[in-house]
Each structure stands twice: as structure tokens, then as C-alpha cells.
Design a protein around this ligand. Structure first.
Ligand code: ADP
Ligand code: MG
Length: 897
């Protein structure tokens, strides 16, 4: 590969390849040297859009131009008069934004730079210097990017490797299909490498928006991968990283690294090791659960700022901190010691307000050292990135003493000594650094003698030039000589036509005429030329020397990239912990007592996000008690809008918060560690998700029942809502029975339902506790107290809710009549069931065959807010109701026949 960097494709002998790669149908195109150079590179990167540097622009031609102009919404022009060469271009200084948009659309871009200066001999040489892809692109500005993943088979399971190109962190492990899907879903890679023989739709259905990258099977070979990794990291065994030599996880890890190698032409040095990823180390949250619990604002892409747990907890002051908070939230801990260490730190920060404030201010000034050192390692960094590292190192001597004798020293203790590097960077670099190094102004004066000398020459020469012009004026007696400069012939002297015509001047023989203008003549002199050369050579020496010094600084900084990455991770942790302390202080959170038991007992818990959003009325706290050996299943009934879902989510959010080390909104909390949280939220709360909701609902319910463990927390909110009431209730019933019986496992369950029939199950299963939402009724109607009370709701208040929602009076009246009639009919048909509490536990319930269908329709009507419906949605709902009524009538006929 004659000295080419790894991954780099090399050109064939010049000229030989050019003609054969002209796109067919383009025989009319006149081949120029530039075009033939273009085709040579394009042929090597047919899968990429080629960004062909031409002066201040990156130009694209032919199909690339057509494609990019439509994605980027830029003008499509033509290179030639015949319009046979479509062309589009973007200015180099704005290239990052355009690259971001192209990779988000799934394109790969090959950057072909000019590598020689333009001159009048032949054309400029060019070279592809790197490939930008959806998984490897790290945007300059904050924002997510640079996430790459690989999967391959590990027997019946999947090996997964995740690489954050942004921070250089590589993780790998083996997981069940479901776990792999959850992991990938939350990691959200831009690209996913997989063996071509592994069908993604079969192995990982329902996983996110990444771009798949199928590769030949050998690319993932565990044996070869292990060899490559050992070579890369110069170690004897991967066991030192917690990975097994020759394992599929090593194969997957090697694959992501190889792809980075390929696209970044070998710049993978900064990935210093792999970390083992084990499913048993984290509380498992699948993508649906994350969405149901509103952990993050899912509209992040549009910079949405809707309420979410992340938004509530995020008081971070740095981008690094915000990134880590997200990671912690996606992977709550199962390690009690680690949780307690975080809690100790948060507790200390809550107590010590002075230190907390000082730390927050300092962290707010810290820059993203993780991203900057990665970008410098990848060769895409700018002087600003080195400046970011300098600025952050500069703050360290203020940060460290604040943490020294506190639980925070557990994090800061491991920070390397950066004194020498800090001093060097501070002494060498200018305060304000340019984005583009060619602009100069990188190195302070007084740092390097040679640079200072050239700067002196440059400054001196300009002074000498001024003095020279003065001398010429005196010696020629022409006071109206003006000096000037242009690109074509450099410095010149200008004498105005008026002065020349006045006849008062006699031009000396050593004036060399260069240009005649309407109003003036321009001259140069030998002495001026010499001075000019000195200035020019000083300028180029300055830029050469600055470049060399800057490269040296970058190199010495990158020699410590691993320590810098560690520094970044410590600063991010400090930021998140301080953020936790800040919210805890502000919103009165308390430290939960975590233990390895199985019970969750919380006094007066509040929903962290709803609490924050309520402005008119205070949030009503409710207690939670789920005990493995007593009542571990809470069955909650109550009318719509009474607060059932909020109560369920509160429990789950508190578990997440506690296990990331955060304090919780409650009066006291004692919580056994949870290893999984499963949620299933009934279809109607989830309208955005399309029509096959029932199927989705059942797939998700099956997933819960098949995967739950002794330590799981299960949140089921209105299961069965997605289908007809009759089916729905039967399923809800069976699911609850199954959870109660447990199959040897006794998960904690919160189950909200509007099927009152289920409340009789507490008689058969002592582990079920009936809870309901308190409702106050008076002459004006009903009020929701949002209070959870023991016992089941006595009725559903559907019609009252409908009244609150503003349903027209005649409809309410008619609904009320119907309700009374149904209740009477039910009483006649099954008198035993309505004598107080239902004693019989029905196997198949004959009577409820049609009643629930009808009351279901009423409830559905009750839940509607007609004013907020679009006409189309209203029509849709009407169709659905008609369909249901017909079904009810069919049922009625069936049961009476
Ligand atoms: P349900 O699931 O019973 O239909 P939700 O849990 O969706 O009811 O709650 C409906 C609304 O009631 C919430 O959006 C919130 O504004 C309010 N709410 C719920 N619980 C409480 C509470 N404990 N304190 C105050 N307001 C609450
Ligand atoms: Mg609800």
C-alpha cells in the first residue's frame, strides 16, 4: 500500500483509470485534467459522495451533485456550457453543518482535499483524507453524534459492541436478543455493522433508526478480531479488559474498531481499551419503558424541551455532564456500593452549599475535553479544541481543592497530574484561537525564540518599507508617491497622473514601470522587491513555525489522551452529582435507603416531573408499599383523570432515580434493588403509535411475562384497552392471575385498570392489594383528590367524568338512563354478584358478556374532549364507536339466543 494510511485507498497510475469510469451516457463530456482527477478518486470511493475541494468550495459533480442538492437544498448548477456536468458546492468554512445533514440522511462523504498549493504549473494535487459516515461523524458543535455499533452471533445470543467515537469509549458483551435490542435502542448508533448473513429484521426487529452496514462474516471473526485488538493495544490478553480472548464480543469490538480505522484512515489510537458490558450490571430499561416513563424528551431531535425526568434532573453546567446524565439514566446501577458512593457525594454537596455553588460555577466553565481530545485524535480537531483542553486544565487547580476532603475525592483522586501540560499550553497558546489553523495567531509571542525572530523580521520589514517610501519621496522630491499592494505584483509605488502631468516630476531610472491606470502609474524598484521578499518569507516562516509548534503541542497533549479521557469522565461525574444535589436542595428530595432486599416502601412519594409542572394546585403525595412476602401487587381502580397513571409512574421513576444515585421526592424511602422495570401502557394513552396497537400491546405483555425476575418491577397501565372490552378484560384478568401466581418468581406489580371486575381477585390472592383513587362527590359533581386509598373504587364515575369533559346534556342524560338499565339487567341476571363484595370468582363470566362492551362505549365517550378533536379525528372516533356498538349488539344477540 506504498505508505498509505490504513483504510486509505490508493490511486492507480495517473491517467490509466480515468476514461473508463465516466458515467455511461456522458460521452458528450469533455475530459479535462481536473475531471480526470475527479474520476480517479470517485472510482475509489463509489459508495461515498465525493467532496472535491476547489479553492474555497467543496464541489460535487454528476449524481453526487444531484443527490446532495436535494438533501441540502442547495442550487444545482452545471460545470460546463453544454450543461452536461451537474455540479453543486458548499463553502469550506460552513462544511460542518452540511456534513451533519448529509450523514443524518444516511450518506457517507469522502473529503478530497487539495494537497499542493495552486501554481501555474499543472493542476493542484488532491487526496481523499477521510470518510465521514453517520456513525463516525462527531459534530463540532454540541449535539449527539459519533455512535457506532456492531452485532454478530454468539450462539443463540448476540455479541454487541458499542463505540462512542465522541469519547473513545468502547464496550462489548453478549446479550439475549431482547437485551441486545434494548441496548441498541438506547445507545442509538448512527450505523450498525452486522454480518451480511445475520438478518436484522429477524434478530433485531423494532430497533431504531440506524443505518445498517452489512459486512462479510470474516469481518466479525472472533479469532482474527482478538488478534487485531491484541496488536492494537499491545497486550497479551484481552482478559485484562474483562473480555475473553476469541469471544464473539471481541469479534464485534474488533469490527467497530476496524470500521473506524477504515473511515478515519487509521486514527484509532485514542481508543485505548474495551470495557466489558454485562447485562447483570445494570437495571434493564427497554426502549418502550423509557418512552412510557418519559425519561427523555423524545422530540430531542427538534430541540424540543417537553417535560421529562431528564429535564427535571438536568442542572448540569457542561456538555460532558449532560451527556453522562443521559448515560446514567439509561443504565441505572445494580451495585449497592457504587450507588451509595454517589449518594454520599450528593449528600455532601447538598450540605455544603458554598462548595456546591463554587463547583457549579467552575464546571460551567469547563469545556468538553472528551470531545476535543477525540476530535484532535481523529485529525478533525481545530485550534479551538486544543484551547478547550487548555481552558479546562487551567481550572483544575481551583476544582481539585474543593473536592479534596469530601466523598468527591473518590472521583478526583484518580486525576493525573497535568501541571506541566497545563503550563505549557497556557504559555504557548493565544487566548483566542481561530477555528482554522491557516489563519495563524496560534502561538503567543515570548514562547518561542525562532517564531519571535521571524515576527520581528516581519514587523521590522514593514517598518523598513515605510521608511523606504519616505526615503524615495525625499530623494525624488515627489511628495505625492503612495505605496500600495496587490496580489499580482506585490508592493508598488503609485504616482498620480496629475503629478506626472504637472511636469514637475522627473522619474528616476530605477523606477520600473508596472502598470498604467487612467489616473496613475505604478512602479516597483529593486530595493522594494528585496524588502517584499523578506516580508513574504517571514510570513511563511511564521506560519511554518507556528504550525510546527502547534503540532508539537497537539502531539504532547494527545500523548496523554487516556488521562484526558479519564479527566473528562471525572468532570462529567462531578457535574451530574452536583446537579443531583442542586435539584435535591431545590425540590426537597431525600436520600433513599437502598438495600438488597425486595421491598419498596416509600412514604409520601411525588412524581418529580408532574410536581414540577403543576402550578395552580400542589401535588398530592401518595405512599407506595410493595412487599414481597405481603402485598406485592397493587391493583388500582378509579375514574379517568384521577391520577392512576401518575401514581404508577411515580413508583417507577423513583426506582430509576434511586438507582442512579439521585435523591428522591418523598418523605422517606426504603427500596430493594430492582433489576428490571417493565411497563405496558394501554393503547389509548399512546395514540401516536399506529393501528396495530393491540398486537404491539400483546407482544410487549408477552415480553414482560417471559422475562420477569424476582427483582423486577412491573407497571401495567390499562392493559387490554387496545381491543374490545371483552377481550381486553379477559387478557387483563389472565395477566394479573399469572403475575399473582408468579411461576416461582414474585415481581412487584402496579396494575391500573378500569375493569372493576378484577378487584375481586384479591380474595383469591393475598398478595394483591386493592387500591383506588379517592373521589369527592357533592351537589356540584365530583372532584378528584388524587389520593390513593385502600379498597377498590365502588364505581367508575364515567358519566361524571363525561360531564367534566363537557359532553352535551342530552348525551349525558341518555347515558345515565342506559347505565341504570344495564345495572338493573345485571342485577337480575346475577344477583349473587352484587350483594356487597362479589364472593364468587368466576371462571368464565356469563353475565359480563355484553355489559362491559356497552359501558366501555360510555367510558370512551366520557373520556373525549370534543373541543380538542380535529374533524378528522372526530370522524375516526365515530367510526370506532359505531363498530363497537355493532359488536355489542352482536354479543347481546348471541347471549340471548
Ligand atoms: P388517570 O391515569 O387516572 O386517568 P392521570 O394519572 O393521567 O390519571 O392523571 C391525570 C392528571 O391529574 C395529571 O395529568 C395530573 O395533572 C393530575 N394528577 C395526577 N396525580 C396527581 C397528584 N397526586 N397530585 C396532583 N395532581 C395529580
Ligand atoms: Mg391513565
Amino acid at each position: 500500500m506504498n505508505g498509505a494510511a490504513p483504510g486509505e485507498r490508493t490511486l492507480p497510475e495517473r491517467g490509466e483509470a480515468a476514461l473508463e469510469v465516466i458515467p455511461s451516457g456522458l460521452s458528450g463530456v469533455k475530459m479535462t485534467p481536473m475531471l480526470s482527477q475527479y474520476f480517479e478518486w470517485k472510482k475509489l470511493y463509489p459508495d461515498c459522495i465525493l467532496f472535491f475541494r476547489m479553492g474555497d468550495f467543496y464541489e460535487m459533480f454528476f449524481d453526487d451533485a444531484v443527490k446532495a442538492s436535494s438533501i441540502l437544498d442547495i442550487t444545482l448548477t452545471a460545470r460546463d456550457a453544454e450543461k452536461s456536468i451537474p455540479m453543486a458546492g458548499v463553502p469550506w468554512h460552513a462544511v460542518n453543518g452540511y456534513l451533519g445533514r448529509l450523514v443524518r440522511a444516511g450518506c457517507k462523504v469522502a473529503i478530497c482535499e487539495q494537497i499542493t498549493e495552486p501554481s501555474n504549473k499543472g493542476i493542484v494535487e488532491r487526496k481523499v483524507i477521510r470518510i465521514v459516515t453517520p456513525g463516525t461523524y462527531v459534530p463540532e458543535e454540541a449535539g449527539s453524534g459519533g455512535r457506532l455499533a456492531a452485532v454478530c452471533r454468539a450462539g443463540k445470543e448476540l455479541a454487541v459492541a458499542l463505540l462512542s467515537v465522541e469519547t473513545g469509549r468502547l464496550e462489548a458483551g453478549v446479550f439475549s436478543k431482547g437485551e441486545a435490542a434494548a441496548l441498541l435502542g438506547s445507545f442509538a448508533p448512527g450505523e450498525l455493522l452486522h454480518p451480511a448473513s445475520l438478518s436484522l429484521s429477524e434478530w433485531l426487529p423494532l430497533v431504531g433508526d440506524f443505518f445498517p452496514l452489512p459486512r462479510e462474516d470474516e469481518f466479525f471473526s472472533p479469532a482474527q478480531g482478538t488478534r487485531r485488538l491484541l496488536q492494537q493495544w499491545k497486550t497479551a490478553t484481552l482478559a485484562s479488559f474483562g473480555l475473553e480472548d476469541g469471544s464473539p464480543a471481541a469479534g464485534a469490538a474488533a469490527a467497530v474498531l476496524a470500521y473506524l480505522h477504515e473511515t478515519q484512515f487509521g486514527a484509532v489510537e485514542y481508543v485505548k481499551r474495551a470495557h466489558p458490558l454485562r447485562s447483570s450490571e445494570h437495571l434493564h430499561l427497554d426502549v418502550t419503558t423509557g418512552r412510557n416513563l418519559e425519561l427523555f424528551d423524545t422530540r430531542q431531535e427538534q430541540n424540543g424541551d417537553a417535560p421529562s425526568l431528564y429535564r427535571t434532573l438536568n442542572r448540569c453546567r457542561s456538555t460532558m455532564g449532560r451527556r453522562l446524565l443521559r448515560e446514567w439514566m439509561l443504565r441505572p446501577l445494580l451495585d449497592l456500593d457504587e450507588v451509595r458512593r454517589r449518594q454520599d457525594a450528593v449528600g455532601w454537596l447538598v450540605e455544603n452549599s458554598g462548595e456546591r455553588r463554587a463547583l457549579r460555577d467552575l464546571l460551567g466553565e469547563c469545556r468538553d475535553v472528551e470531545r476535543s481530545s477525540s476530535r484532535l485524535s481523529l485529525g478533525t480537531g481545530t485550534p479551538k479544541d486544543l484551547g478547550a483542553i487548555r481552558d479546562t486544565l487551567y481550572l483544575l487547580p481551583s476544582i481539585l481543592p474543593l473536592c479534596a476532603d469530601s466523598p468527591l475525592s473518590r472521583w478526583t483522586g484518580g486525576i493525573a497530574d497535568f501541571t506541566a501540560l497545563r503550563e505549557e499550553l497556557c504559555a504557548a497558546l493565544e487566548d483566542d484561537l481561530p477555528r482554522n489553523r491557516a489563519q495563524g495567531g496560534l502561538i503567543r509571542s515570548g514562547y518561542d525564540a525562532e517564531l519571535d525572530e521571524w515576527r520581528g523580521v516581519e514587523a521590522g520589514a514593514s517598518d523598513m518599507m515605510d521608511a523606504y517610501v519616505e526615503k524615495v519621496r525625499e530623494s525624488t522630491g515627489i511628495s505625492r508617491i503612495k505605496p500600495g499592494y496587490n496580489k499580482v505584483f506585490g508592493y508598488y509605488l503609485e504616482v498620480s497622473r496629475a503629478a506626472l502631468n504637472a511636469g514637475e516630476v522627473e522619474l528616476p531610472g530605477w523606477f520600473i514601470r508596472k502598470q498604467t491606470l487612467v489616473n496613475a502609474e505604478r512602479f516597483i524598484t529593486q530595493e522594494m522587491k528585496e524588502l517584499e521578499e523578506r516580508i513574504a518569507s517571514a510570513a511563511s516562516e511564521i506560519s511554518r513555525r507556528e504550525g510546527a509548534l502547534f503540532d508539537g503541542l497537539t502531539e504532547r497533549t494527545l500523548a496523554r489522551v487516556e488521562e484526558l479521557q479519564h479527566l473528562g469522565s471525572v468532570l462529567s461525574a462531578l457535574d451530574v452529582l452536583t446537579s443531583f444535589a442542586e435539584v435535591a436542595r431545590e425540590r426537597g428530595y431525600i436520600r433513599p435507603e437502598l438495600n438488597d432486599g425486595y421491598d419498596i416502601v416509600v412514604r409520601n412519594a411525588r412524581h418529580p416531573v408532574v410536581e414540577e409542572c403543576l402550578t395552580d394546585s400542589p401535588f398530592v403525595p401518595n405512599s407506595i408499599a410493595l412487599r414481597r412476602s405481603e402485598k406485592r401487587i397493587a391493583l388500582i381502580t378509579g375514574p379517568n383523570m384521577a391520577g392512576k397513571s401518575t401514581y404508577l409512574r411515580t413508583a417507577a421513576l423513583l426506582v430509576v432515580m434511586a438507582q442512579i444515585g439521585c435523591f428522591v421526592p418523598a418523605e422517606s424511602a426504603s427500596m430493594g434493588l430492582c433489576d428490571r422495570i417493565f411497563t405496558r401502557i394501554g393503547a389509548r394513552d399512546d395514540l401516536a403509535r399506529g393501528s396495530s396497537t393491540f398486537m404491539v400491546e400483546m407482544v410487549e405483555t408477552a415480553n414482560i411475562l417471559n422475562n420477569l425476575t424476582e427483582r423486577s418491577l412491573v407497571i401495567l397501565d390499562e392493559v387490554g384497552r387496545g381491543t374490545s372490552t371483552y377481550d381486553g378484560m379477559s387478557i387483563a384478568w389472565a395477566v394479573l392471575e399469572h403475575l399473582a401466581e408468579g411461576c416461582g418468581r414474585s415481581p412487584k406489580v402496579l396494575f391500573a385498570t378500569h375493569y372493576h371486575e378484577l378487584t375481586c381477585l384479591d380474595e383469591r390472592y393475598p398478595q394483591i392489594e386493592n387500591l383506588s383513587m379517592a373521589v369527592k362527590e357533592d351537589a356540584d359533581g365530583i372532584f378528584f383528590l388524587h389520593q390513593v386509598v385502600k379498597g377498590s373504587a365502588d364505581r367508575s364515575y364515567g358519566i361524571e367524568v363525561a360531564r367534566l369533559a363537557g359532553l352535551p346534556r342530552p348525551v349525558l342524560k341518555r347515558a345515565f338512563e342506559l347505565l341504570q338499565r344495564f345495572e338493573k339487567e345485571e342485577k337480575c341476571a346475577a344477583p349473587a354478584q352484587h350483594t356487597g363484595k362479589r364472593k364468587e370468582i368466576p371462571g368464565v363470566r356469563q353475565m359480563t358478556l355484553f355489559e362491559p362492551v356497552r359501558s366501555g362505549i360510555v367510558e370512551e365517550l366520557a373520556a373525549m374532549t370534543p373541543d380538542s378533536l380535529t374533524p378528522f379525528r372526530a370522524l375516526e372516533l365515530l367510526y370506532a364507536l359505531v363498530e363497537k356498538s355493532r359488536e355489542a349488539i352482536r354479543c347481546e344477540n348471541l347471549s340471548s339466543s
